[in-house]
Design a protein around this ligand. Structure first.
Ligand code: PNS
Length: 164
């Protein structure tokens, strides 16, 4: 069984991520979407919310598993008995950091291979950071994130307005 890990922050999940996961399911028997537990960053969505969103979007899809990890990615990948890391490449600007991460991961664990996949062209400019920025400034994000993400963003916004 060919098992791949697709790691990331997913704060929030975008249609670009969904596209990569869908493409990955055609290449691998199973994709584990692994959300990084990063105590340094202050995320918009809690870990539980991100897990919940991903599970909802991929419910009924036994070849997509949602999990969380902390520590070194390669340790997590090995612990899950997987040997492939999937990363999305949108533009040349992604290349430098992705190249560094892939080679560092290879040095740490030579048996684990990083596979880069390109999302559909229409998603190449989307990032979680831009989604948060545009939404917080009143811009439209429909079609760029799954519907559940859009409604959760709205709920968060309402909560903030009421809390003022
Ligand atoms: O969605 P992101 O924020 O681009 O994902 C980055 C991620 C989670 C893939 C990366 O930060 C990571 O693998 N972190 C785990 C710590 C680690 O293994 N660092 C060394 C690898 S270079």
């Amino acid at each position: 069984m060919k098992l791949a890990v697709y790691p990331g922050s997913f704060d929030p999940l975008t249609n670009g991520h969904v596209d990569i996961i869908e493409r990955g399911t055609h290449l691998f028997d199973k994709i584990i979407v692994a959300i990084l537990v990063n105590i340094e960053k202050s995320p918009l969505f809690t870990m539980e919310e991100r897990v919940d969103i991903l599970r909802e979007v991929f419910k009924g899809r036994p070849n997509v598993e949602v999990d969380t990890f902390e520590g070194l990615l390669v340790d997590y990948v090995a612990g899950r008995q997987a040997d492939v890391i999937v990363r999305g490449l949108r533009a040349l600007s992604d290349f430098e950091t992705e190249f560094q991460m892939a080679l560092m991961n290879r040095r740490l664990s030579p048996d684990i291979e990083t596979v880069f996949m390109m999302p559909a062209e229409k998603y190449t400019y989307i990032s979680s950071r831009l989604i948060k920025e545009v939404f917080s400034l009143g811009g439209q994000v429909r079609g760029l994130v799954p519907e559940i993400v859009e409604s959760r963003l709205r709920e968060k916004q309402k909560g903030r307005v009421h809390a003022r």
